[in-house]
Design a binder for this molecule. Structure first.
Ligand SMILES: [Zn+2]
Ligand SMILES: [Zn+2]
Length: 329
């Protein structure tokens, strides 16, 4: 690249043209100049694009440019485990958010400071311990332990006697590395039962203390009522005289009870017979209600007509009597 001293060097396809120094007519020169500038602009754009592309490539995660052999030490999905440790959990006692790793220590101190009941402290404690966080961390600890053991054996096979094993039947097999190809899978499956059961126990405890809290609330709400009925809850015998005024009880109470039992067991007729004996002062009981025979529709009109006739007859009969006996109406 020669010429144009004092000018910045022209890059990227905008080559030097000796045309500048040749006497040409003005139109041709202008045309050349325009093309030259356009080419300069295009070159500038290409450069900007390339820089942008390089920048984007640079921004990509490092994994994309690492070889697989460089990633051997990486632990799959470990980011979440460590991120979770920095998450917060709300302390129900002081309503502040505490980092997960410090929560249990905080809760102990907080409960002592606030002087809250053991039930309430346990409720918060087991609520925290029955979060997935607890289980995931415990499983990760097991995984970490077993993986490190496995890697140590890979580096130094003498260390296999320190490696957890659930497959080998005897130390000889184990020393021979029979369980090594299993990559600690069986050991992991067995070990992981413990945190899972612990987690379930925490969850159960949380439910228990939630129930306890509800009971406490109910008791608090209805304490006055419970106090009023408390004496019924005891096994001590209560003196019925404070509830029944025996002076007001009918002296016939035994007869009444007997009557009700006869009515229950033997029916109404027997009860009525008993009543006439036991309560002679009462008017006699009414007999069973007679069921009226079914009457045809024209019966009432007929009956009314007969009544009318009978009435007229009685009137005539009385008049006859009065005349015979000489009485005035
Ligand atoms: Zn607290
Ligand atoms: Zn083994």
């Amino acid at each position: 690249m020669a010429g144009n001293p004092g000018q910045p060097p022209i890059q990227d396809g905008a080559g030097f043209h000796p045309i500048w120094f040749q006497p040409r007519n003005q139109d041709a020169v202008r045309e050349e100049l325009r093309e030259f500038r356009e080419e300069q602009i295009r070159a500038e754009r290409r450069r900007a694009d390339r820089l942008r592309h390089q920048h984007e490539m640079h921004r990509r995660p490092r994994e994309h440019r690492l070889r697989a052999s460089e990633l051997r030490h990486r632990v799959y999905n470990v980011e979440k485990i460590f991120a979770d440790r920095l998450e917060n959990f709300e302390c129900a006692l002081c309503k502040t958010y505490i980092v997960n790793t410090e929560f249990e220590d905080h809760l102990e101190a907080c409960a002592r400071e606030k002087g809250v009941s053991e039930n309430q402290t346990n409720l918060t404690k087991y609520h925290f311990l029955s979060q997935p966080y607890f289980l995931e961390q415990e499983i990760f600890k097991i995984r970490e332990m077993l993986e490190i053991e496995y890697l140590e054996v890979t580096a130094d096979r003498e260390k296999i006697m320190d490696m957890h094993c659930v497959i080998c039947q005897n130390p000889h097999d184990h020393k021979g590395g029979m369980c090594y190809p299993d990559r600690q899978k069986s050991a992991f499956k067995l070990k992981v039962n413990h945190p899972v059961q612990l987690y379930m126990a925490h969850y159960e405890n949380w439910l228990f203390y939630t129930k306890q809290k509800g009971l406490d609330e109910i008791e608090e709400k209805h304490a006055a009522h419970f106090a009023s009925i408390e004496r019924f809850m005891t096994s001590e015998q209560v003196d019925l005289r404070q509830y029944i005024n025996f002076n007001m009880v009918s002296p016939d109470i035994e007869k009444i009870i007997q009557y009700r039992k006869i009515l229950r067991d033997d029916g109404l007729e027997a009860a009525n017979n008993f009543e006439t004996v036991a309560f002679p002062d009462l008017p006699p009981p009414e007999g069973p209600v007679a069921v009226a025979p079914a009457v045809p529709a024209e019966a009432p009109a007929e009956a009314a007509r007969v009544d009318q006739q009978m009435e007229e007859y009685f009137q005539w009969f009385q008049e006859q009597q009065d005349q015979i006996l000489g009485r005035n109406p």
